[in-house]
Design a protein around this ligand. Sequence first.
Ligand SMILES: Cc1cc2nc3c(=O)[nH]c(=O)nc-3n(C[C@H](O)[C@H](O)[C@H](O)COP(=O)(O)OP(=O)(O)OC[C@H]3O[C@@H](n4cnc5c(N)ncnc54)[C@H](O)[C@@H]3O)c2cc1C
Length: 400
Amino acid sequence: MPAKKIIIVGGGNAGLSVAAQLLQKDKNLQISIIDPSEKHYYQPAWTLVGAGIFDINKTVRNEKDYIPKGTTWIKDAVETFFPEENKLTCKSGTTYQYDVLVVCPGIQLDWQKIKGFKETLGKNNVSSNYSFDIAPYTWELIKNFKGGTAVFTNPVGPVKCGGAPHKIMYLACDYWRKQGILDKCNVHYLSGAGVIFDIKEYAATLTDVIKNRNIKPHFGVHVQEIDGANKTVYYEEKDANGVAERKEMKFDMCHAVPPQSAPEFIKNSPLADPNNPFGYVEVNKNTMQHSRFSNVFSLGDCTNAPAKKTGAAIRKQAPVVVKNILSLLNNQQVVAEYDGYSACPIPTQYGKLMLAEFDYSNTPKMTFPFDQIKPRWTMWVLKTKILPWLYWNKILKGTA
Ligand SMILES: Cc1cc2nc3c(=O)[nH]c(=O)nc-3n(C[C@H](O)[C@H](O)[C@H](O)COP(=O)(O)OP(=O)(O)OC[C@H]3O[C@@H](n4cnc5c(N)ncnc54)[C@H](O)[C@@H]3O)c2cc1C
């Protein structure tokens, strides 16, 4: 029998994890990974880069060194899917046929949805840890801040690592506290979310941090424009009657996060969920199998599964996808289930971190035998030292 052809779209965290795990289970599978990028990024460390404690150059490596041996890397970008015919076409014009398709090209950063953001990014005291090129500038701003108004924004809608827009704020405030200037800092958090964190047990810890650092949170806010030259952010905030009002705030530094959605070629494809405003791939949130095309699976940031978009979620999704693909190829029922697990390591100050873990039920799901609601030094070591090592040496190799 000819070997089954599996195509993986995207060789990021999800794609490489699935490829490596599949090969461990069955060396005879014919796996191709399609990804145009020469580089692979460890994005979770960009928060630490912005906080001045991680070298940006240690967050990037050559993709070729992490493509699992025994798979084929097709250096191209997928453009069009034909799931009825089990094929897809790339930018180069080449068409590929598959038995099973795994879709994981990550998420798209919609910088242009905030007017003026892209133009001022990396200058005029406007930064974002969501960009490899710009994250080091965040540290320049934090380090050189002498007091004044610091604005941190979080867009409306899901973003990768929902904690990242505010993690950097806690670290910045702690740095300014240590410099003895926190009382001269007027810190505002403009968030599109309704609360600081969805799981109330973890939210309680963050609410204390916000209070202790005298941060002014604004929830349900829609950031619309950043005018870098005039150092002003424009946003819509609802008044007590729920009527949206356009407001402006002058800033001395601004860390902003772009709105996010599915990559355009996913949005415009038959794989997208027609009812999802962000165009994510439509999957069964437990099996990660496409809801309409049974030989298509999807995981990572690009799906409509209502899990938080993190590498931690991928660690639990990947084995489920692998198991279900193998069942499908063996004409068995697809039964492995993902429970919505995700984790968000939130540093509350330098040297202390709260590891928030939870699942679809939005209740804490702690791994360690102690109360993770309390920020701890051990969890800080996990985030700053152990997880980066695990990522490059174990997770991408399918052994963790
Ligand atoms: C600032 C920041 C902080 C974060 N902090 C954490 C954290 O603390 N903990 C945590 O668990 N997660 C964190 N994350 C989230 C984590 O990085 C992502 O959830 C994870 O990388 C998603 O993996 P993925 O494989 O879905 O996408 P990615 O890893 O982004 O990979 C997508 C791949 O698809 C490729 N691709 C794109 N378009 C195409 C195409 N047309 N054809 C083929 N390939 C394509 C890309 O080149 C890329 O290689 C953070 C992210 C950021 C930005």
